[in-house]
Write a protein that binds this ligand. Structure first.
Ligand code: PLP
Length: 396
């Protein structure tokens, strides 16, 4: 059977060239990067080279790059590490309602410890308003965390503007850039953020490795206490092969960023057009222009997203209903609800995320199978039968 992968926002396969760079570090050059002997020094050299390369590619200093076990750890470290500096444990923090759970759950834990958290609303496209941020800042606010690009609907936030507001009020600003780095141009210095998280497996690097960029002078408390790795700020034996893989994947992604983004955007746009032209009662979620190139999120009325996902899976097509981490739960997406989508439509949502290996044949096949699946599932829906019978026209 034909198999089509349209879930690149969940994860991407490791690029073969990246894998080739990583392989020697599993067994041939396998010293602990913290050991003093020659074996260790080989590992340390690889980590040091990778750190310098990543910093150069992102236009920041090598000493501002901290390796973590992925985006989740980087987000937790940024949020909890800054909160821990507030010794009275009662200050105020601001985030948005559409953050990934890696950020939201960290804030929820802080609320339980006595901190006050404001979750900013978003508009119908999923955008946070700079005025709303300005309004919510209190005298005891010390941290703002707003994601650069959303994982479900792909909306790209005005981070530079939000960060400027935060800085004018002397607040620390963190952004979760896990979906952005490797997909769209990100100039960390121009954004002005104090901390930024990203993760290799979203740009054809290995899973289980990420980075927290921490601007010089910002000192979040430790999240992982242990050895003296990462300049004594994050304990744990350094994952040398994955660090090498992250650096290689980042370079590859950035070298081909414009070309890949253009091709992926063209495929996505033709897919969106064909879906909107062919299938009635469908909502295209998010923003049409402030959007990640590979993301297409739809809500189909009279349908359960999970049933649609399984139907497509039977045809070899992989996509996602909600974000991968929450797809085990049947709760409707907090992101879609925050954009004002009615709960029954949020239940009928599916995210397709395109990557560099997709083709126009993939688009044609997916539209064909999607149209069939939607039709079949709607034929089983009593509500749809009533609406069709009454001829009430456009439901959405
Ligand atoms: N933040 C966002 C926006 C994400 O999309 C993800 C992963 O889906 C994460 C954080 C978590 O990253 P990781 O899987 O590397 O822990």
């Amino acid at each position: 059977m034909r198999r089509i992968y349209l879930d690149h926002a969940a994860t991407t396969p490791v690029d073969k060239a990246v894998l080739a760079d990583m392989l020697p570090y599993f067994s041939d050059i396998a010293g602990n990067a913290n050991s003093l002997h020659s074996f260790g020094r080989e590992g340390a050299y690889a980590v040091d080279t990778a750190r310098r390369q990543i910093a150069a590619d992102l236009g920041v200093k090598p000493t501002e790059i901290y390796f973590t076990s992925g985006g989740t750890e980087a987000d937790n470290w940024a949020v909890k590490g800054i909160a821990a500096l507030d010794k009275n444990r009662g200050g105020h923090l601001i985030t948005s309602k559409i953050e990934h759970h890696a950020v939201l759950c960290a804030f929820e834990q802080l609320e339980k410890q006595g901190y006050a958290v404001t979750y900013l609303d978003v508009d119908g496209e999923g955008l946070v308003s700079p005025e709303a941020l300005e309004r919510e800042i209190r005298p005891d606010t010390f941290l703002v965390s707003v994601m650069l690009a959303n994982n479900e609907i792909g909306t790209i936030q005005p981070i530079r503007e939000l960060c400027e507001i935060a800085h004018r009020r002397k607040l620390i600003f963190h952004t979760d850039a896990v979906q952005a780095i490797g997909s769209i141009p990100v100039n960390i210095t121009a954004l002005g953020v104090d901390m930024l998280s990203f993760s290799a497996h979203k740009f054809y690097g290995p899973k289980g490795i990420g980075v927290l960029y921490i601007k010089s002078g910002i000192r979040p408390d430790k999240l992982i206490a242990g050895g003296h790795q990462e300049r004594s700020r994050r304990g744990g034996t350094t994952n040398v092969p994955s660090v090498v893989g992250l650096a290689a994947a980042l370079r590859l992604a950035l070298e081909n960023l414009d070309e890949n983004a253009e091709a992926i955007r063209a495929l996505r746009d033709s897919f969106v057009k064909r879906v909107e032209d062919t299938i009635p009662h469908v909502v295209y979620n998010g923003s049409r222009d402030k959007r990640l190139p590979g993301n297409a999120s739809f809500s189909f009325a009279f349908i359960e997203g999970e049933s649609l996902l399984l139907n497509l899976d039977l045809n070899g097509i992989a996509c996602s209903s909600g974000s991968a981490c929450s797809s085990a739960s049947l709760e409707p997406s907090h992101v879609l609800l925050a954009t004002g989508l009615p709960i029954e439509l949020a239940h009928g949502s599916i995210r397709f995320s395109f990557g560099k290996s997709n083709t126009s044949d993939d688009v044609a096949y997916t539209v064909e199978k999607l149209t069939e699946a939607v039709k079949k599932l709607r034929e089983m829906s009593p509500l749809f039968a009533v609406i069709e019978h009454k001829g009430e026209g456009e439901y959405v």
